[in-house]
Design a protein. Structure first.
Length: 435
């Protein structure tokens, strides 16, 4: 299963992300609920079909602007669930117009598009979303039954071919065999489609499907912070603990085994796979991940390019050092830390990392790095660096500091993340010394 990154949240990696739906009816209460839910959530979904003034474009835009402020850097998903799929009555033209208005507002990061609203209209809305840099959740909901495995797979396939970035399927079970069929389709689809999935079997009977997504291939689960938006949803807080418990319990090393040596700090040039490898390690060890850039984005309430533009790189590096100081404090829990690409440029940072853990350097050839991140406008240090040669020159500037900081060096070219994670565990357990 592939992943996408939305405001620093890697959807499709590691523990399923928790999306909290906002279901109040008045604009004031919608914003209040979203602000209260944001600390408990990885994503916030506005269920606009519950809004009392949803057919006023001005009112919708006003609420979206208020929501954008209320949720900070949490990704915001806009959803109007139609009557045919468990929501409110709306005709196709109004549904598409409402979706286009949400996309054009500049406030949403993702939009839910029901793939059964008419092929031409749906494709037009998906194209509009992509033009504005908004990710699309292509969704199907069946509140009456669980279709055949062939039909469920076909619905996911249609969403993928239609251009959706995330494929969503929610069905209603009649018995536990229906739940098993949904999980079977999820597992199969996660190995076929290179896009994140969101699947669930609804109601009390299907509750298990909302917590086991990490092992079958569902990347997001929905948790309540108010009224449930669909049958069988858990409260967000206990859902968070349940997901963490299962993650630790089902790790390959086991929940009671601790790796010696403190935190695992993954360093390396941008594009060497630090985030992906961190989550692969987390799955094997049960250890939680701290993704430094993501954490800074959330705390600052703005993107890294915005931080660089307004306050400069020196400010960002100070924030980065403060976060490392916090991670390296007297904490009982051990973390896998995916460091920013420039974290090792500071001797103070390196000193903290080496004192409180082991530093793993991930390397890759400039051609490999360029193929992964070339043209990525979200990385300030790549501004005006548009060629492999530019990438190689910047990598060469940092290479000595990377290698001086490393306890172990792992080459990542021509390896998948699982191979890299296993290699790291070998060196951490003393089976092989690489530097």
């Amino acid at each position: 299963m592939n992943y996408i990154t939305v405001r620093g949240v890697a959807i499709g990696l590691g523990i399923p992300k928790i999306c909290v739906p906002v279901t109040e009816t008045s604009g004031k209460d919608i914003v209040k609920q979203a602000g209260a839910a944001a600390p408990k959530a990885d994503l916030i979904e506005w269920r606009a079909d519950a809004f009392e003034d949803v057919f006023s474009k001005a009112s919708v835009n006003h609420v979206l602007k208020e929501l954008r402020t209320a949720v900070g850097q949490r990704p915001l998903l806009f959803t109007f669930r139609t009557e045919a799929e468990g929501g409110a009555k709306i005709d196709v033209d109004d549904y598409i117009a409402l979706g286009e208005a949400a996309v054009e507002s500049g406030c949403v990061d993702l939009i839910d598009v029901e793939m059964d609203r008419g092929e031409k209209a749906v494709l037009r809305l998906i194209d509009k979303a992509h033009e504005r840099g908004v990710f699309v959740v292509g969704s199907y909901h069946d509140f009456s039954k669980t279709p055949s495995e062939e039909e469920m797979f076909s619905r996911l396939e249609t969403a993928a071919k239609g251009g959706a970035d995330i494929l969503k399927l929610a069905v209603m079970p009649e018995d536990m065999n229906d739940v098993l069929r949904l999980l079977s389709v999820t597992y199969k689809a996660s190995g076929v489609f290179e896009k994140p999935l969101i699947t669930m079997s609804m109601g009390a009977m299907g509750s298990i499907s909302r917590v086991c997504g990490e092992y079958f291939g569902s990347a997001v689960t929905f948790g309540q912070s108010g009224a449930a938006s669909a049958p069988g949803q858990f409260k967000a807080a206990p859902l968070y603990h349940a997901l963490g418990f299962l993650h630790r319990q089902a790790s390959e090393i086991g929940p009671d085994t601790k790796l010696a040596g403190g935190h695992i700090f993954l360093t390396g040039f941008m594009g060497t796979g630090k985030t992906s490898v961190a989550y692969a390690l987390s799955k094997k060890t049960g250890l939680p991940v701290i993704e430094m850039d993501e954490t800074i984005v959330r705390r600052e309430g703005r993107s890294i390019p915005e931080i660089f533009e307004k306050d400069g790189e020196k400010y960002f590096r100070r924030v980065e050092t403060d976060l490392l100081r916090e991670i390296s404090g007297d904490r009982k829990e051990t973390f896998i830390v995916s460091c920013g690409g420039g974290a090792v440029l500071s001797e103070e940072n390196v000193g903290m990392m080496k004192k409180k853990g082991r530093v793993i350097l991930l390397t890759a050839d400039p051609e490999t790095v360029f193929s992964r991140i070339g043209g990525d406008t979200g990385r300030p240090n790549l501004k005006n660096r548009n060629t492999v040669e530019d990438m190689a020159a910047l990598m060469a500037q940092r290479e000595a500091k990377y290698r001086a900081a490393a306890d172990h060096i792992i080459e990542t070219d021509h390896k998948d993340v699982d191979q890299i994670a296993s290699e790291i565990l070998q060196v951490l357990s003393g089976q092989e010394a690489l530097c």
